[in-house]
Design a binder for this molecule. Structure first.
Ligand SMILES: Nc1ncnc2c1ncn2[C@@H]1O[C@H](COP(=O)(O)OP(=O)(O)OP(=O)(O)O)[C@@H](O)[C@H]1O
Length: 269
């Protein structure tokens, strides 16, 4: 494990080097506070191109806040984010062209049907209508949403919303995918399907960074892992480095500082 290799408050906001080895996503001193609460304390992270990168952390660690700042959805108080060298906040159009994003929560136009939402997303990205149509058909088909394509997204289950959100993120064939909790609320069959799609995407040269609480998924999929707690990166590296021959869950609990219930706390229960 390389705990401390990349920790809090990186002072530098220098752009990553412009060469063949530049990271798919580079975070430089990204920081955010809400009132007195420091949600993200100046994180520094390089996501290598072609990696399958898992961002782990307990509830409230700052995962959603970090990813939102990294993709241009939430303005940082300090620091910078680069997608394949493009500065997300200085040149958002160039960076967003390279990015597919599955945000947390329900930020989508859910009074559209699934098919309409895909059409809207594709046209907004400047794709030709026939290409949008063909890709939307493929995505709805592979994600098992053919019938749901005619249903308003507001009537979707939580898992169906994840899947249509993923379809929107994939539609323009981005180079980098940033997914906030892609497996949350998704049934095991759909989860296996999503894993297959993402693995194929990485094998064909794409980069995935996703947040998760599910250690087994991260262990199965990821080449690299970062553990975030209290707005700071506590451990980072290849999956093998971070695990150091142990279970990822064991490492996670140790790094994050978990506590166990003695049974006395809720004696009334
Ligand atoms: N809009 C907001 N206003 C105030 N506080 C916020 C806001 N968004 C996040 N926070 C706080 O910032 C901290 C980090 O939240 P964040 O949602 O990034 O955590 P997370 O790691 O994604 O958690 P979870 O795994 O539970 O989704 C938390 O303490 C949260 O309460």
């Amino acid at each position: 494990m390389s705990s401390g290799e990349t920790t809090a408050a990186a002072p530098s906001v220098e752009a990553p080097p412009v060469d063949g080895a530049q990271p798919a996503l580079a975070l430089r001193g990204l920081a955010k506070r809400f009132g007195l609460k420091v949600a993200v304390a100046g994180i520094h992270l390089d996501v290598p191109a072609g990696s399958f990168y898992g961002l782990l952390g307990p509830n409230g660690a700052g995962k959603t806040t970090s990813l939102s700042m990294a993709v241009g959805l939430l303005r940082p108080d300090a620091g910078a984010a680069y997608v394949l060298g493009q500065d997300v906040w200085a040149d958002p159009v160039a960076a967003k062209r390279l990015l597919g994003v599955l945000p947390d929560g329900v930020r989508m136009f859910d009074r559209l049907t699934g098919r309409e939402l895909l059409a809207y997303t594709g046209l907004l990205r400047g794709m030709p209508a026939d290409e949008v149509d063909a890709r939307a058909r493929d995505l709805l088909d592979v994600l098992g949403l053919v019938e749901a394509g005619q249903t308003l997204v507001v009537d979707y289950s939580a898992g169906m919303r994840k899947k249509i959100g993923l379809a929107c993120a994939l539609l323009h064939a981005p180079r980098v995918l940033v997914l906030d909790e892609p497996f949350e609320a998704v049934d095991p069959v759909s989860a296996a399907l999503i894993r297959d799609i993402l693995q194929r995407y990485v094998h064909s040269g794409g980069t995935v960074i996703f947040s998760s609480h599910v250690m087994q998924v991260v262990e199965r999929l990821c080449s690299h892992v970062a553990i975030l707690a209290e707005g700071q990166i506590k451990a980072v590296g290849t999956l093998a480095d971070v695990r150091g021959g142990r279970d990822l869950e064991e490492v996670f609990v140790e790094v994050v500082g978990g506590r166990t219930a003695t049974g006395k706390e809720l004696s009334w229960l």
